[in-house]
Design a protein around this ligand. Structure first.
Ligand code: FAD
Ligand code: UDP
Length: 379
């Protein structure tokens, strides 16, 4: 554990997820003294993983699959972990069948009992699509590409459950995360790099934070220590509205309840995740052994039940929320003593790699370096 210099720590970092841990590692390697605090009892933020009672590696905050198009991000994280190649596959439970999602050639052929080729599928989509002048909402994205029936079966119910909003009330960017394909590619992601940390995320975070210049303090809300710990600059990765005591009102964040189960059989379902767009209170079930590659006689799964209240997991992308966020962002910009970074602090629906890229860019700004040309690809 590092000792603060007589002037205290150079940086107090709030939150030990990807945003906080990347910045701690980068700044410590430049000789800065870092105190990183998290109110949870562990590092890793929402990407934290651990072994459950059965000895199966699980993700307590829901399945985390690493994928990126950014070589910079992948190479940076490769300093702290080896990888296991893994391509995520998802099936959607629709009308009694388990069908590939993203919607592809097999999805349509099996759903409608057809035998279309890729070329014919393009024509099929064109015949059912409902053109819209401007794609603005999450409904527009889907109906303008695949029509209303596929939209109703795969997207409408899932989105209403997940967000508590109709897709017509959400930005296009939300359902645009899921592409439509005319070939038989059934991978959930198409990124260049798709792999899981060989020994898990937590081990990777331990390696990032095991630097003599970094002190880690867990089970600690920064508000309880901030007056007693001398430091030069704060990096804050928690919810931005909480930082400013909700002075403009609460920013909507969507929450989830995770229900974990272990089953006394080797496999629960055929792929890592099965989505349940219709029926049931949960949106999806994920089985960890598919994702981690672990071999075990039993298997552990997690159900995700969307909730309005609870830990903030998802910023909710829609214009009025963005307008409220901009008011908080203006307060944040005026604080030269604090830097805001990460999914909750910048109110962005970011994947892990995008948070790493944002944190690396923030590091370059803080250390006065020039930006690199490459940024992590969205999605
Ligand atoms: P977080 O991981 O949320 O870290 C912020 C930390 O700050 C938390 O640990 C919190 O305890 C701490 N904190 C907040 N307030 C305080 C305070 N007052 N005092 C002290 N500590 C505080 N991304 C992918 O790339 N692939 C996936 O498959 C994927 N799946 C996901 C599934 C789910 C269910 C969810 C919710 C997210 C998923 N993500 C996925 C997104 C991923 O979790 C985030 O991009 C990433 O974890 C964000 O990192 P962060 O450091 O910004 O925030
Ligand atoms: N979505 C859907 N049906 C699906 C999969 C996704 O309607 O079978 C929509 C839903 O609104 C979801 C969004 O697309 O929130 C993004 O999906 P993704 O799997 O990227 O969500 P995440 O993993 O971030 O929860």
């Amino acid at each position: 554990m590092t000792e603060p210099s007589k002037d205290g720590f150079d940086y107090l970092i709030v939150g030990a997820g990807f945003a906080g841990s990347v910045l701690a590692e980068r700044l410590a390697s430049d000789g800065h003294r870092i105190l990183i605090v998290d109110r949870r009892p562990h590092i890793g933020g929402n990407a934290y993983d651990c072994y459950d009672d059965a000895g199966i590696l699980i993700h307590p905050y829901g399945p985390h699959i690493f994928h990126t198009n950014s070589r910079e991000v992948f190479e940076y994280l490769s300093r702290f972990t080896q990888w296991r190649p893994y391509e995520h596959r998802v099936l959607a439970s629709v009308e009694g069948q388990l069908l590939p999602i993203p919607i592809n050639l097999d999805t349509v052929n099996r759903l409608y009992g057809l035998n279309l080729t890729s070329f014919q599928l393009e024509d099929f989509f064109a015949s059912v699509a409902e053109p819209v002048e401007q794609v603005r909402t999450s409904e527009d994205v889907v109906v303008s590409r695949v029509g209303r029936d596929l939209y109703n079966k795969f997207f409408r119910g899932y989105t209403r459950k997940q967000w508590g909003l109709d897709p017509s009330e959400l930005d296009a960017s939300v359902t645009a995360r899921v592409p439509t394909r005319t070939n038989r590619d059934d991978r959930y992601f198409a990124d260049t790099y798709q792999a899981m940390p060989l020994h898990g995320y937590t081990r990777m975070f331990e390696n990032m934070l095991s630097h003599p210049n970094i002190s880690v303090m867990l089970n600690t809300d920064y508000r309880d220590i901030v007056r007693f710990i001398p430091y030069q600059h704060m990096i804050y990765t928690g919810p931005v509205d909480a930082f400013f005591d909700y002075c403009y009102g609460k920013l909507p964040y969507r929450s989830l309840e995770f229900v974990h189960e272990t089953h006394a059989r080797e496999q629960f379902q055929p792929v890592g995740t099965v989505n349940y767009p219709n029926d049931y209170g949960y949106t999806r079930i994920s089985e960890f052994k598919h994702i981690t590659g672990q071999e075990h006689r039993q298997t552990s799964i997690v159900y995700e039940y969307p909730r309005a209240e609870g830990d903030p997991y998802y910023p909710v992308p829609r214009p009025e929320n963005q307008a409220l966020y901009r008011k908080y962002a203006a307060l944040a910009e005026a604080r030269s003593d604090v830097t805001f970074v990460g999914r909750l602090a910048t109110y962005r629906y970011y994947n892990m790699d995008q948070v790493v890229a944002q944190a690396l860019a923030t590091y370059r700004k803080l250390s006065g370096q020039k930006a690199q040309p490459e940024a992590a690809n969205a999605g």
